[in-house]
Design a protein around this ligand. Structure first.
Ligand SMILES: NC(=O)c1ccc[n+]([C@@H]2O[C@H](COP(=O)([O-])OP(=O)(O)OC[C@H]3O[C@@H](n4cnc5c(N)ncnc54)[C@H](OP(=O)(O)O)[C@@H]3O)[C@@H](O)[C@H]2O)c1
Length: 399
């Protein structure tokens, strides 16, 4: 096989800049994309895809050239190279095709990092070449980095399901809860900050009823300018207290067994009257989700397909250990971020949780790709799905 030549140093630097720009966006269900216009070996315009429905990264970068250089812009663009972390799109969606904008601006050279996996949008490189543009890719290493920051997007396109990151904090003595009252958190302040960044970048948080009962968490993103994700609560017997903090605003979805709603029709009606979605297992549920039941537990794959259909491509599975271990058993976890704390909590281990915690740690170790310091903790990243590299390290490194 022909060996690919590594990209020249300037190509690498310009594309690395595109990747750093890309992760500033909140583009779901679209991919993270960054772009730079390079004239005479210098970046003269840059941009990224901020959000679905907003202009694409290439257009943002070209607009910056126009803002900065006014009447000179068309001359500059027609002698520049455009770097972009994803193959320019070739279809009319909520935004016009980027290929057309590039051809109209007479940009002679385009370098991109990864091909567009979306069957609706792909084919941009071919269309540009046909119009006489010199198009190349930036090499394997940068392609891998671009794919890593778009692992949830690629996964959703490939499988039709939302990508799941299991996140959990574990103490040195393998506990997940139970710190002293004056310092109840297992994690370092840096890890806690990282969790809010994770809640901002994922579009849904998923927990089991055990966690709601034990901690009554708000499950919000408390980062400046952050967005609250959808809260998904797995509650097989519909035990949730209607005053639970996680149900405070209506952006919540409770998943339970059919038996439970048959017994608790009043509670179901009351939750739905508050516009809290309640899904339960049955084949035909009036437009609602059809979930299978298996050995007294729900088969949660269809839930992830439903989330993908409503535009959620990334779910942060925050536990607790029993739900997390069950999701691992169902092979529905794609990535793990385990925050290993040096703290010792002490006391007896909860017998119900010991087995699931061992299972989670075993899977984490077996599939680990790298670990990074997070204050006094270590964040360990593992990949379980087909995507090759973990999504989160690029975001942690930016912190
Ligand atoms: N350190 C951390 O990062 C972290 C994060 C979250 C929670 N926690 C701690 O974890 C503890 C709670 O853990 P937990 O394991 O008891 O709670 P959990 O995992 O949040 O919830 C357990 C519940 O989920 C149900 N469940 C799990 N998989 C299911 C499926 N496929 N279908 C239907 N139901 C399913 C279980 O049903 P069954 O009863 O039928 O088995 C059980 O009722 C708390 O102490 C909390 O503070 C720690």
């Amino acid at each position: 096989m022909k060996k690919e030549k590594p990209p020249a140093a300037p190509d690498r630097n310009f594309m690395s800049r595109c990747l750093s720009l890309a992760i500033l966006g909140r583009p779901s269900p679209n991919p993270f994309v960054g772009s730079a216009v390079v004239f005479a070996n210098r970046i003269v315009g840059e941009g990224f895809h901020h959000a679905a429905g907003k202009p694409h990264a290439e257009v943002e970068a070209m607009r910056e050239v126009k803002r900065k250089y006014g009447t000179m812009a068309s001359h500059i663009l027609s002698s520049s190279a455009l770097y972009v972390s994803l193959e320019p799109c070739n279809h009319q969606g909520r935004q016009p095709p980027c290929t057309k904008a590039i051809i109209d601006a007479k940009i002679p050279r385009v370098v991109f990092a990864m091909k567009d996996p979306n069957p609706k949008a792909k084919g941009g490189a071919g269309a540009l070449r046909k119009a006489g543009v010199n198009v190349s890719m930036a090499g394997r290493e940068l392609e891998a980095k671009a794919k890593a920051i778009n692992a949830p997007f690629v996964h959703r396109i490939r499988t039709g399901r939302a990508y799941v990151t299991l996140k959990m904090a574990i103490s040195k003595d393998r506990k997940v809860a139970g710190g002293p009252k004056d310092s109840p958190y297992i994690s370092s302040p840096e890890s806690l900050r990282a969790v809010h960044l994770m809640r901002d970048k994922a579009q849904a948080i998923m927990v089991g009823i055990g966690t709601i009962k034990a901690d009554n968490p708000r499950l919000t993103c408390r980062m400046k300018g952050g967005h609250d994700p959808l809260r998904v609560i797995v509650d097989p017997r519909l035990e949730i207290d209607e005053k639970a903090r996680a149900l405070k605003n209506k952006n919540a979805l409770v998943v339970c067994m059919k038996k439970a709603v048959e017994r608790k029709r009043k509670k179901l009606a009351h939750l739905r009257s508050r516009r809290i979605e309640v899904f339960f297992a049955q084949k035909e549920s009036g437009g609602r989700l059809a979930l299978g039941e298996n050995g007294g537990h729900l088969a949660l794959g269809p839930l992830l397909s439903h989330l993908a259909q409503i535009g959620i491509d990334h779910v942060l599975l925050e536990g607790g250990p029993r739900l997390a271990s069950d999701m691992l058993r169902q092979r529905l976890v794609d990535e793990m971020v385990l925050f290993h704390s040096p703290k010792i909590i002490g006391g007896e281990n909860d017998r119900k949780l010991a087995g699931p915690i061992r299972h989670i740690m075993r899977e984490g170790r077996a599939n680990r790709r790298l670990s990074l310091p997070c204050g006094s903790d270590r964040a360990a990243f593992s990949v379980l799905g087909k995507e090759n590299a973990p999504f989160w390290p690029a975001f942690f490194a930016k912190e």
